[in-house]
Structure formats: C-alpha cells, structure tokens
Ligand binder design. Structure first.
Ligand code: PGA
Length: 244
C-alpha cells in the first residue's frame, strides 16, 4: 500500500485528479470506478479544470459508480446520479452511454445488482477505482459487519452512516436507510485503487486501514491485501496512520 500524505485538501484533490489523468493518458478506454461524498468533490473540480485546459479527454472512458441510495430517483438533488452530473458529467466529454451508476429505484433490485456486476465484467473490469472511506471504515456502502458481501448488493446503512449522511438532508426522516453498493469483491477486482481521506474525522479509520490487520469490522482494511492501492490522505487524516 502506497501512502501519499498531503499538506492540504487542495493538494490531495490535485494529486488524485493527476493520477486519474495519467491513467487516462496511458489507456484512453480506461474503465474508471467513481465515488461520491464530500471528499472527492475537489478531485472532480480539478478534473473539470484539466478538461477545460485541454489536458484530459474522457471520450473513450467508461465509468462505474460505487453506489446509490435505494428509492432516490436520479433527479433527486441528494441522489448520487445528481451528484455526478453536478460535479463531473455535465462538464466533461464523457459519452452518456459510457456512464454507469446502479439504480436504487429498479423494481427488482436483486436483478439490478446482478446486471451491474455483469456490465462491469463485460467492460473488461475496472482499471482504476476511486474510493472514499467512512469514519466507520466503510468503502462504497460496505458497512462494518460480521461478514462482507462480494458482489453488488442492497445494504441497510448503519446508524453512524445515516447520521453522517443526514447533513445533506433537511429532516432526519428524509435520509435513506438503504443503498445499492458494489461489494468488496467488485472493488478488489479493480486493477488499481486510489483511496482518499481528508480531515481528523477519518484518522482512526485510516489507522485501522493501515495497521496490518484485516477485519470485517473495518471494511477498508481488506485493501491491505490488494497489490496496487494508493492512499492519498491529508495530514489530519494521516495523523494516526500505521506505517506498514
Ligand atoms: P465523505 O464520505 O467523503 O462525505 O466523508 C466518504 C464515504 O462515506 O465513503
């Protein structure tokens, strides 16, 4: 696991965007796994800057997002479909047919999950996956539990995650309790992974992700056994990290 510690959130965002840009230059048909949440917002802003400056071309890129809330329509301002349009898709030359986000509104969510994994396989698997991390160590919405699911699936969100997400909703009862997420197997199959973490609220999760123990109670800890993971963390998130 490679760990890059940055002084600031801006530096973290530029570093992450630069790694993606390099990968797209190397492979113009890159299959890119994307994450939502506050952490990657700066990275998306930098990718849009790179695009406007003519330094990145998304025309051959295929994207797969990690997750979506169950029951939020794509037009809902807190849906991850909406987030991705607002922060990236509306501003760059990604072909709409190359963009994939699981639906949280499919009539048959189980079939939707199977179809999503099949589509990733058909695309040749994910070349580079971007991840955030929850304060509880979740990746995607793979929550701490006694076991972890391999494939894309529906999940009940933990109270901690619901509380963390509530900052985006007007009232607590509007916060979704369920989500569709790629499983840890879908994530671990990616050829390369970048995990981003910013702020002291993530320091303990980063410590547990780097301390040499894999446990389902910290889902991100499984990344220690992946052969190509880069952690990009700011100084605050890195404060308690363990050096492997
Ligand atoms: P955040 O979420 O970037 O909004 O902190 C990350 C996550 O929960 O994966």
């Amino acid at each position: 696991m490679k760990i890059i510690v940055t002084e600031t959130y801006r530096e973290l965002s530029i570093k992450a965007a630069s790694l993606i840009a390099e990968e797209i230059k190397r492979c113009k048909n890159l299959v890119l796994g994307l994450a939502t949440g506050s952490t990657p917002e700066g990275m998306y802003a930098e990718l849009v800057n790179f695009y406007r400056a003519g330094n990145i071309n998304f025309s051959g890129v295929v994207t797969f997002n990690l997750d979506e809330y169950v029951s939020l329509e794509p037009g809902h301002p807190q849906s991850y479909h909406y987030f991705m349009r607002r922060h990236l898709f509306d501003h760059v030359n990604l072909a709409p047919e190359n963009v994939n986000i699981p639906s949280g509104c499919a009539a048959d969510l189980e079939s939707e999950c199977h179809a999503y994994d099949a589509k990733i396989e058909q695309a040749g698997g994910i070349g580079l996956q971007v991840l955030g991390i929850g304060a509880n160590g979740h990746i995607g919405f793979n929550e701490p539990d006694s076991s972890l699911k391999v494939h894309t699936h529906c999940v009940n969100l933990t109270e901690e995650t619901v509380a963390a997400n509530s900052r985006f909703f007007e009232t607590p009862d509007q916060v979704p309790r369920r989500a569709v997420t790629m499983g840890v197997g879908s994530i671990m199959k990616a050829a390369k992974i970048i995990l981003l973490a910013s702020g002291s609220g993530k320091a303990d999760a980063i410590r547990q992700t780097t301390k040499g123990v894999v446990t389902t109670s910290v889902p991100a800890s499984i990344l220690q056994v992946h052969r190509d993971v880069t952690l990009i963390v700011d100084r605050e998130a890195a404060a308690q990290r363990c050096l492997l």
